[in-house]
Design a protein around this ligand. Structure first.
Ligand code: F6R
Length: 619
């Protein structure tokens, strides 16, 4: 989390930095700040609150500087205060630094610096780092080194060598006009190469529309940027030949258009996200799926006898859907683990296990580290990711891009739906390599292709769902119940509701209700229950009856049409009947819309829920 943006060039830096920060606000929005290089010092503007708050300060001052660094914060060390906002300026006023990551040994370093008489103005780990670099830079100058980039780079390297933890940093120095420095370990950092201007940011979105040529930095690399040049080296000072990638980014995709919130826009983009996930991914004979980027041939895939899926949050729910579908259609045993647990658990693994990591951003640190751990153990790791060339995508052995387009709303919607649709396609692909017949494969392909249209049909029910939201907006507790494939959707529904409306919500497999959660049922705790046609339809209806018997209000989501008993639930949302492979995809739309409308009606900031950030790059 936290977003950093740096600029050096011929333009006025502040509008470039502010625009970049706005685009990175999904990474955190506790405070924002800019430091602009000015002759003899820095102009620093920083404040708690959103980028627009600091933007007002800057606009009033109209600074002319052509170089600066900026930051949007998700607080880790130190509360949400103006003093803790970045950039942090060193004790001697020489350096300003922005940082994304966590300096784990900051307390030890701080003690050492304090013993040398250095005073601190904030509670952050970042101020420790800027003071450490400044101290080493000053010591070198006192001993006769030049006030130049070589001396600063040496100080940076020496300081970073002492640091335990993660960082993506941007640094400027009053002695070095028109020079910008950065370094990365564990937190993303990308260089944007323009014409007589260069950029540094946590994500390419920050300079989208300004340049399409980028260099993705690797861990333990340092960059030195001037307006017309840049040099990448390692922390150990070895030369690095940077690889320039040309990105294809449509800026208009990230604009809000006529929608009130990104979340709503992205919910409505779901039919397109599904089309994009399927494009070019079915075989000519219409019996199976195909994926270009797996880098595994059919023989290798047939040898896989176990799959491990890893992810966090909503992506973890997508893993659970994948487990159900792959076990059902491909008959391969699947395990699902929270990436954050896997990386420290040292779980025993079967030899022919294929690992899949699922991550919209491709930057979630827990998922990235889980991927690294699985690779260290010698397992083949594939990814399902949305952000092209993200760290996870670059480091794994292959995978499937979602092509969902930029997801800006902090609560994941269109990325989730595309992950679970891809899970269905993967189940088909692996199933066809085993016992699934040509005709069953053909049926599934047809079913998958009808899903975008059905999703569009459910989206026409938005007004009905908004009316239901009005009835339920004031409750403070919710249960979400679903069996089998609907269990992960119940979990996802509960997560969506709690993260954007701050209503306490829990998801359970419906039958588990009797083993504890039923104690919560009362007129004050509504339940959202899935009751679809199939083997367990009657059982799901019984579960609803058990809730009604205890006077619990019920919203049911069903594809059973007239077979769903009249009057059983207080409110019923009917969705189209479909093949099992697409049931999760269709069922999640009503819960996304319900959560969205409840949050809006409660006056919550839907796109930027409190305490959250979209890309979780700290542990
Ligand atoms: C919830 C949500 C989060 C993310 C999680 C993983 O709406 O968005 O739970 O799913 O932080 O993020 P990615 O998929 O980027 O690894």
């Amino acid at each position: 989390m936290c977003g950093i943006v740096g600029y050096v060039g011929k333009q006025s830096a502040s509008p470039v930095l502010l625009e970049g920060l706005k685009r990175l606000e999904y990474r955190g929005y506790d405070s924002a700040g800019l430091a602009l290089w000015e002759k003899g010092g820095f102009e620093v503007y920083k404040k708690t609150g959103r980028v627009e708050v600091v933007g007002q300060l800057v606009t009033k001052a109209k600074p002319a500087s052509n170089m600066g660094i900026s930051h949007t914060r998700w607080a880790t060390h130190g509360g949400v205060t103006d003093a803790n906002a970045h950039p942090h300026v060193s004790f001697d006023g020489k350096l300003a630094l922005v940082h994304n990551g966590v300096i784990e040994n900051f307390a030890t370093l701080k003690r050492e610096l304090s013993s040398k008489g250095i005073e601190f103005k904030s509670e952050t780990d970042t101020e420790v780092l800027v003071n450490l670099i400044a101290y080493l830079y000053k010591s070198a100058i006192d001993e006769g080194s030049e006030r130049d980039s070589a001396t600063l780079l040496t100080a940076m390297r020496a300081a970073l060598a002492q640091v335990e933890g993660t960082y993506g940093i941007g640094l400027i120095c009053t002695d070095l006009p028109d020079q910008l420095f950065g370094a990365r370990k564990g937190s993303p950092l990308v260089i944007g190469i323009g014409r007589k201007e260069n950029f540094l940011a946590s994500d390419i979105a920050a300079f989208a529309g300004r340049t399409q040529d980028v260099v993705y930095m690797h861990d333990n690399e340092v960059v030195h940027l001037r307006a017309d040049d840049f040099t990448v080296t390692t922390i150990q000072d070895a030369a690095v030949a940077p690889v320039i990638s040309h990105i294809d980014w449509e800026v208009e995709n990230s604009e809000l258009g006529s929608f009130k919130h990104y979340m709503l826009k992205e919910i409505f983009e779901q039919p397109t996200a599904l089309e994009n996930a399927m494009r070019g991914r079915f075989s000519q004979d219409g019996s199976t799926a195909q994926f270009g980027g797996l880098n595994l041939d059919a023989r290798e895939l047939r040898q896989v006898d176990r799959i491990l899926f890893l992810g966090c949050g909503t992506a973890w729910h997508a893993c659970l859907v994948a487990e159900y579908l792959i076990e059902k259609y491909a008959r391969i045993p699947v395990e699902v683990e929270y990436a954050s647990e896997f990386r420290y658990r040292n779980a025993p693994m079967f030899r022919n296990t294929l690992v899949f990591v699922v991550s919209q951003s491709g930057e979630t640190i827990d998922t990235l580290e889980a991927q690294r751990e699985a690779k260290r153990k010698g397992f083949r790791v594939l990814g399902i990711t949305n952000v092209v060339s993200s760290t996870i995508a670059r480091e794994n052995d292959g995978g499937i891009y979602q092509h969902s387009g930029p997801e800006i709303g902090v609560a994941s919607t269109k990325a989730f739906i595309s992950q679970i649709h891809i899970a269905g396609m993967l189940a088909l692909y692996l199933g066809r390599m085993r016992d699934m017949s040509f005709s069953e494969g053909g049926e599934i392909v047809k079913a998958l292709k009808t899903v975008p249209g059905m999703v569009a049909q459910i989206l026409t029910m938005a007004d009905q769902i908004e009316a239901i939201a009005r009835k339920y907006k004031d409750y403070e507790d919710f249960l979400f119940l679903g069996r089998q494939l609907m269990f992960p959707i119940a979990l996802e529904g509960a997560l969506k509701l709690k993260e954007i409306s701050y209503i306490h919500a829990e998801g359970y497999p419906a039958a588990e209700m009797k083993h504890g959660p039923i104690a919560l049922i009362s007129p004050k705790c509504p339940t959202l229950a899935f009751a679809h046609k199939g083997e367990i339809f009657k059982k799901s209806l019984s579960n609803i009856q058990e809730i009604k018997a205890r006077k619990g209000p019920v919203i049911a989501i069903t594809n059973a049409g007239k077979e769903f008993p009249d009057g059983l639930a207080d409110d019923v949302i009917h969705i189209p009947e479909c093949h099992d492979i697409a049931m999760a995809t269709l069922s999640v739309i009503p819960v996304q819309l319900l959560s969205y409308y409840i949050a809006v009606l409660r006056g919550c900031d839907v796109d930027k829920p409190r305490n959250l950030a979209k890309s979780v790059t700290v542990e």
